[in-house]
Design a protein around this ligand. Structure first.
Ligand SMILES: Nc1ncnc2c1ncn2[C@@H]1O[C@H](COP(=O)(O)OP(=O)(O)OP(=O)(O)O)[C@@H](O)[C@H]1O
Ligand SMILES: [Mg+2]
Length: 367
């Protein structure tokens, strides 16, 4: 990691299945997970823009990773230059599209905010769908990129029309004709993948909760009862008055229920947490089933919002059901070592201080 947030120059070897990263607040632990996420899906885990990762006062950052899968090594490099954007290289050749790489080294992550997933706005739940489904389906990922770009243009157009008071309906139709095929692809994929995701979710939820409660989710979409073209007609007046687009897959959601009542209204804190953990495990399982690759787990501040029992049980479930690498950050060395060593897997723990590796505790244990 070069000039990536507070990491001026950091180098890691991750030789073990379980990797702990420990250090005080602000030392640069999450930044390591951000870097791994970047290498995997081309963007950071926590910040919305690439620029946010550029070390203050510098004009480029660079991430270089040699990753291994079933004995085959790949070198992945991400170069970011201020004002110029990012370039991705795999084995020294430059990829023109991110889609050629996404899914090769899949990840599933959990950050403390994810615990509020059920109570958050629908955007967060779409984010889970998009990150998961993009890693198993290139067409989905590409359509999502096009859809977002076209929707931005459509919204800018509506906003401008709102100011001038004149709508060029023909031009709006041109946008919609271009948007429709992407909306259709995303809708069909979400329908299909949500079905499988739900099956895995039910399995893991019952595993985590002991099988007593019945939590489920349904995929909600305006496209269930109207094609994209009809939606844009239906919402045309509202779009004009509000100056933005009201119909489309950007309004989709996952509706969680407990015995047919809205989960957000009836669930206990514990049930809300179990739901999120089960959803993460389900995403992992879906990616593995569809790609044949076991994603890495990035678990940021796992003990921050979860009590020790829940976090440990989760780690054990992750261990039992996956074979990929597991990265866990924490501020407390004793707590982290305790939780990790009880997993009975080879592990290493890196201690970080001010964007530097301070110490490597290599207490490797064999099964
Ligand atoms: N663009 C930047 N340039 C330099 N430093 C930055 C930049 N962005 C963030 N930082 C700093 O980098 C540090 C690393 O943040 P990070 O989120 O990785 O810390 P952390 O160890 O996960 O902390 P916590 O335990 O609080 O979650 C923070 O001190 C943050 O203020
Ligand atoms: Mg952090």
């Amino acid at each position: 990691m070069t000039q990536f947030r507070n990491h001026g120059l950091s180098r890691f070897d991750f030789p073990t299945r379980v990797v702990g990263i420990v250090g005080p607040n602000g030392s640069g632990k999450t930044t390591v997970l951000d870097a791994l996420h970047f290498i995997s899906v081309g963007k950071g885990l926590t910040a919305a823009t690439d620029l946010a990762y550029l070390m203050d006062g510098e004009d480029f950052f660079r991430l270089e990773c040699v990753a291994q899968q079933e004995g085959v090594e790949k070198k992945i490099v991400i170069k970011y230059r201020k004002g110029k954007g990012k370039v991705l290289e795999v084995d020294d050749s430059r990829l023109t599209k991110l889609v050629e790489h996404v899914g090769s080294f899949p990840v599933v992550s959990m950050i403390p905010q994810d615990i509020d997933l059920i109570l958050s706005g629908s955007r967060e739940r779409r984010r889970v769908m998009d990150l998961t489904f993009s890693q198993i389906d290139r067409e989905y990922f590409e359509s999502l990129v096009h859809y977002r770009k076209l929707m931005r243009q459509r919204n800018a157009f509506l906003k401008k029309a709102l100011k001038t008071g004149v709508v060029n309906w023909e031009l709006l139709k041109t946008y919609d004709r271009r948007i429709k095929p992407h909306a259709d692809i995303i809708y069909a994929a979400r329908n299909e993948y949500c079905g499988e995701l739900l099956r895995h979710f039910k399995f893991f939820y019952s595993d985590i909760s002991g099988g007593s409660e019945k939590v489920e989710f349904t995929y909600l979409s305006q496209l269930h009862d109207a094609a994209y073209g009809d939606l844009s007609v239906r919402f045309s007046e509202k779009d004009r008055v509000m100056g933005r687009s009201h119909g489309g897959i950007h309004k989709d959601d996952l509706d969680f229920t407990l015995l047919n009542r809205k989960l957000r209204d009836v669930a206990s804190q514990g049930q809300l947490k179990s739901t999120v953990l089960a959803l993460k495990l389900a995403s992992h399982k879906l990616i593995r089933n569809r790609t044949g690759i076991d994603p890495a787990f990035l678990l940021d501040d796992l003990f921050d919002r979860l009590d020790m029992d829940r976090a440990s049980n989760f780690l054990h479930t992750v261990k039992e059901h996956t074979t990929g690498q597991i990265f866990i950050t924490d501020t407390n060395l004793e707590r982290l070592t305790g939780a990790i060593s009880s997993m009975n897997e080879k592990f290493s723990i890196f201690s970080i201080r001010k964007g530097r590796v301070d110490d490597m505790i290599d207490e490797q244990k064999t099964r």
